[in-house]
Design a protein around this ligand. Structure first.
Ligand SMILES: [Zn+2]
Length: 84
């Protein structure tokens, strides 16, 4: 049983970004994930939801680089491990 609406606790309404396919206008709309609000500029309904992209690959300096397998032989110990 799902208790989605408890008294005194409002569910969070996420803010989604959309881009209109017709006029490429970007706009934000509060609502559900499956909602397709019309474009505020041209009224078109062919809108694409833009996912909030989290930057991946930007490390703060304290993150260790991922250990990749040796490119030559695929040794899981890391690059150069097979030459020792
Ligand atoms: Zn539009």
């Amino acid at each position: 049983m799902i208790r989605g609406s408890r008294c005194g606790r409002l569910p969070e309404v996420p803010l989604y970004e959309y881009v209109c396919r017709a006029c490429t206008r970007e706009f934000e709309e509060l609502g559900r994930a499956d909602a397709r609000p019309p474009c505020p500029a041209c009224g078109g309904t062919e809108v694409e939801r833009v996912m909030s992209v989290v930057a991946i690959g930007r490390t703060g300096g304290d993150a260790a680089p991922p250990v990749t397998a040796c490119g030559t032989c695929g040794d899981p110990r890391g690059p150069g491990a097979c030459t020792r």
